[in-house]
Design a protein around this ligand. Structure first.
Ligand SMILES: NC(=O)c1ccc[n+]([C@@H]2O[C@H](COP(=O)([O-])OP(=O)(O)OC[C@H]3O[C@@H](n4cnc5c(N)ncnc54)[C@H](OP(=O)(O)O)[C@@H]3O)[C@@H](O)[C@H]2O)c1
Length: 329
């Protein structure tokens, strides 16, 4: 039994085979013991992300199906607890942990967050910004780390750059609009008409309704196009990229992603893909931006842990606004 915990068993959302939302069921698992460089976190909030529904359903962009099954499990996820981000309280610390102590409120990014207790590597966690709820802190990383990777590391967005975010009302898009704005860009968001006011409130200078207008047929030119939807091929976007422009593929099919890896340069334009990873300094940056009010994760709605399958069903619609949060008591 882990120190500071009065029980050996916890509730977790378990997914042992790929399928619809109801393949996720709440069951019992042992409370993990923190390793030497881990903290044990009592989870107070987590999210169901687009990544979780991909792993639950094995629905991935064209060409990735076999790779998903080889990497994550043939008939179901090898690690049956999904969930990629959390916020909660440290209840136990491994013997070599130096940065945290019991009672600290932390947020973290790692796989396996849909449980009452999670053993978190010290480097995958940071102290929660003061004044933030557990729900908001839990929603900092899925969109925030992805937006940092693409806008800062891949595109090196500078003040005055014209950035278009396709899918501006989703988790990644809503983070990208805010971080592009933070980097001083002039931001255009593409979303449905119903989400235009939300996207403007996040800092977009212009909003394009994807049902009414095809931005690739317009007159504007962009230094950076970030695609968080998966319908922006280079062939489609090249006309509206400014000289030296970059197309950032947050999502794309296998041929597109291989193309971005093997042949990023297309004349003076670039096509760049990538997979977000967790770095401690980026967690600290996201915490600082949240504390200053420069990054406020958008929360669509919250569900109690017992209704996590309903949360999966909502994310499955592909129409959520920002993040879907799971609250644990
Ligand atoms: N490369 C990486 O490391 C990485 C990291 C995180 C996520 N991802 C991937 O990135 C994608 C986006 O993730 P997410 O969490 O942001 O997804 P999400 O929140 O589920 O995206 C939902 C949003 O997509 C928008 N949308 C749907 N069709 C659209 C269209 N035709 N044009 C513009 N917007 C459209 C919807 O806006 P409206 O309702 O307003 O149309 C909705 O707000 C996923 O495929 C995910 O797997 C990749």
């Amino acid at each position: 039994m882990a120190m500071g915990i009065d029980r050996a068993v916890m509730k977790a959302a378990i997914c042992r085979r790929y399928g619809p939302p109801d393949v996720v069921t709440i069951g019992d698992l042992p409370v993990p013991r923190p390793g030497a460089r881990q903290v044990l976190v009592r989870v107070r909030a987590t999210t169901v992300s687009a990544g979780d529904v991909r792993l639950r359903s094995a629905r991935v962009p064209r060409g990735f199906g076999l790779l998903l099954r080889l990497g994550f499990g043939i008939s179901g996820p090898r690690h049956p607890v999904l969930g990629a981000e959390l916020a909660g309280e440290v209840v136990d610390v491994g013997r070599s942990v130096t940065r945290f102590s019991r009672g600290n409120r932390v947020f973290a990014s790692l796989i396996g967050c849909h449980a009452e207790y999670v053993a978190v590597p010290e480097d995958a966690a940071a102290l929660m910004p003061s004044g933030l709820s557990f729900a908001t802190a839990a929603a900092l990383t899925f969109g925030g780390l992805t937006a940092l990777l693409f806008l800062r590391d891949k595109a090196r967005v500078q003040p005055g750059a014209r950035v278009l975010v396709n899918g501006a009302s989703g988790t990644v898009g809503s983070a990208a609009v805010q971080l592009a704005r933070h980097f001083g860009a002039i931001v255009t968001g593409v979303c449905s008409a119903g989400n235009a006011a939300l996207v403007r409130s996040l800092g977009a200078d212009e909003v394009i309704d994807h049902a009414a207008e095809d931005f690739t047929a317009g007159r504007e030119r962009y230094d950076v196009i970030l695609d968080a939807v998966g319908n922006c091929s280079f062939a489609r976007c090249r006309r509206v990229l400014a000289p030296g422009g970059r197309l950032l593929l947050v999502v794309g099919d296998l041929p597109q992603m291989l193309g971005a890896l093997l042949r990023p340069s297309r004349g003076d334009l670039k096509v760049l893909g990538g997979i977000a990873s967790v770095r401690r300094e980026d967690l600290l940056l996201l915490a600082e931006l949240a504390e200053r009010g420069a990054f406020k994760p958008v929360i669509d709605r919250s569900y109690p842990f017992a209704r996590i399958a309903d949360a999966h069903a909502h994310v499955d619609t592909g129409r959520k606004k920002g993040s879907v949060v799971i609250e644990l008591g």
